[in-house]
Each structure stands twice: as structure tokens, then as C-alpha cells.
Design a protein. Structure first.
Length: 109
């Protein structure tokens, strides 16, 4: 499953610390990336559909206080497999960054 596309990687990161609904995921991804990655609904829900099928995320049955939430919202959480996959991708990216820094430090400017 690694490498992950940037949207899938950032969706998993958005779910790493708490369950979120779609709009909350979109906001968190935009925040994580300093606005560099803006997920539209088509991209977000297409990714979530594939991630659900792959077992990386699951829908949550738990709901916040109904007076504070819209009952139509669907909440998502990362599965154990999702945690393993996002960690593997983070390690892969860290290795790629290290290799790039090494190459660029010795390269011609």
C-alpha cells in the first residue's frame, strides 16, 4: 500500500489523533499543509471510499452530543492497519528526505 498518494497520507494523519467527519478532515488537511493541499469533496470522499475498502479507515458508530452535531455527518477513524500503513509511509518519506538532503549537500549549486 506504500507509497500513499498525498491526499490519502494527509487524510490518515488527520485521523491519527481523533475521529473526524468529512469537513473536519478537509480543514485539518488544509491546516497540516499550510493550505498547500485543499481537498475537494470529490477527492475526499473518493479517497475515503477506497480507504474503507482497503481497511485503512472505518466509520465510527460513536457520535458527539447530538445538540452539537448534525446527525447526517459520518465520522471516520483510522484502523490499526491504517496506523501501520501511515507509519510506514512516514518512514519512507523521511528516508527520501534524508537521501535528498545528502545528495543536495554534495551536489553542484
Amino acid at each position: 500500500m506504500v507509497p500513499l498518494s498525498p491526499p490519502v497520507f494527509h487524510i490518515l494523519l488527520a485521523l491519527a489523533d481523533e475521529e473526524r467527519h468529512g469537513y473536519g478532515i478537509m480543514q485539518d488537511v488544509a491546516h497540516q499543509t499550510g493550505g498547500g493541499l485543499q481537498l475537494g469533496p470529490g477527492t475526499l470522499y473518493g479517497c475515503l471510499k477506497r480507504m474503507l475498502a482497503a481497511g485503512l479507515v472505518e466509520e465510527s458508530d460513536e457520535r458527539p452530543d447530538p445538540t452539537l452535531d448534525d446527525e447526517r455527518r459520518r465520522y471516520y477513524r483510522m484502523t490499526r492497519l491504517g496506523k501501520r500503513v501511515v507509519r510506514a509511509e512516514a518512514d519512507r518519506l523521511a528516508g527520501a528526505v534524508m537521501a535528498a538532503k545528502t545528495k543536495l549537500a554534495g551536489g553542484n549549486a
